[in-house]
Design a protein around this ligand. Structure first.
Ligand code: SF4
Length: 396
């Protein structure tokens, strides 16, 4: 392997490729890529067995001491908690001694029952839940296939997780909805007592902008700043917010392993229900087949995926970025944002993020708060609070 390649450390396994919900904004099932239609609903025992072998092989080849196993879907609990537990055990049994496997299932929480949670806890599988807020109105777009709200079942599952299985609770992923009040949304999520929270920007790009995106403003940046200030006042006493912690770390010149911010090479790979090796799902928000590699776990090892041009581009550092990003004073914190958000039809991914103005707004705001707190380390990264803004908004 070339020294350029960074081994995969996050293995996202689609144990089930369908979902019991039909969220109106879902880029996976409602977006431009419909490759899921041609794949089996559930990963077969053979696919899971081969995937465990490939993960162990990769861990051995690269001397990994830790890796993340993310059990994903669709809705992974449709595969059954026992299947998730057995597969996790298979991976742990096969990786070399000394390699820790941190397993998490990412679920919409509607299928969480006491029995399933007990099974996951027994197998040391953490539970991350996806919600858009802690109130019914925040989750109005998260409906089942008959259009019925998912919130009652999701809230029940989330509360059971927090009350009965806090040691299994990994956290909440929430997609930012700028039509909702930011602080109220954050506080409603806090009420569900997540040990960690991640705020995700909705997927979009220059050719298919995110909802409510405005090239003359920074509505997403403003929203994040409001939540950041609320979080900053209380800090980690309330919960960890991954996006904010990573931003602060990067401003301090520390490393952060993030898909959203920073220049760290990307290290995640997906195995689909048919055993196909793919790039991450977010790319599917750009165009049909964007995540495709032509590889699968039966015929290829993960090193071959590292050599795939799409993966290599995400590990090529600043060389693969747009000129504007390479000369941007915020680059070491921003990293040009999420790869999927850089896409523009006919121009590929070599563009600033469609969220460029929002990222500038948020990063400068966080830098200002850090400087106010008296950290002399702020200038180590970017002097971000004081540098002039680079061009905002407009098409790359
Ligand atoms: S702020 Fe904009 S120009 Fe600067 S690195 Fe981020 S996306 Fe690129």
């Amino acid at each position: 392997m070339s020294e350029q390649h960074v081994p995969f450390r996050q293995f996202i396994v689609k144990v089930h490729g369908r979902c019991n919900l039909a969220c109106s904004y879902c880029y996976l099932y409602e977006g431009p890529d419909d490759t899921w239609r041609g794949r089996p609903a559930a990963a077969s025992p053979e696919v899971l067995d081969r995937t465990a072998d490939r993960i162990a092989e990769h861990a051995r080849a690269h001397g990994l001491t830790a890796l993340s196993l993310i059990l994903h879907g669709g809705e992974p609990l449709l595969a059954g908690a026992d299947t998730l537990g057995r597969f996790t055990t298979l991976v742990r049994d096969r990786v070399p001694g000394g390699c820790t496997v941190r397993a998490v299932v990412q679920t919409n929480a509607t299928l969480l029952t006491e029995k399933r949670l007990a099974t996951l806890a027994r197998h040391r599988v953490g539970v991350g839940i996806s919600l858009d807020g802690g109130l019914p109105a925040h989750n109005a777009r998260r409906v089942d296939h008959a259009g019925r709200p998912s919130w009652p079942a999701a809230a029940r599952g989330a509360r059971m997780l927090a009350d009965r299985f806090p040691q299994t609770y990994a956290g909440i992923l929430a997609v930012v909805d700028v039509t909702q009040d930011p602080v109220r949304t954050y506080e409603s999520l806090l009420a569900l007592r997540p040990p960690a929270l991640d705020l995700l920007l909705p997927h979009g790009n220059w050719s298919a902008p995110p909802p409510h995106w405005d090239r003359t403003a920074s509505v997403y940046g403003d929203w994040l700043c409001a939540v950041f200030d609320r979080w900053w006042q209380a800090g980690r006493r309330e919960t960890r917010v991954r996006l904010f912690e990573e931003c602060v770390a990067l401003l301090l010149g520390l490393p952060a392993n993030s898909e959203t911010l920073g220049p760290a090479p990307f290290d995640a790979v997906v195995v689909e229900t048919d055993g196909s090796i793919e790039q991450v799902d977010a790319l599917k928000s750009a165009y049909q087949g964007a995540a495709h590699t032509g590889l699968d776990v039966f015929r290829h090892d993960f090193d071959e995926a590292l050599r795939h041009p799409g993966v290599a581009a995400r590990q090529a550092g600043t060389a693969s970025l747009a000129d504007r990003c390479r000369s941007c004073p915020l680059l070491q914190v921003c990293g040009a944002g999420h790869y999927a958000h850089r896409y523009r039809t006919g121009h590929g991914f070599r563009n600033p993020s469609v969220y460029c103005a929002d990222l500038q707004r948020f990063i400068r705001h966080a830098a200002t708060r850090l400087a106010e707190a008296g950290s002399g380390a702020v200038p180590a990264a970017t002097n971000a609070a004081t540098v002039p803004a680079s061009p905002r908004g407009g098409a790359p």
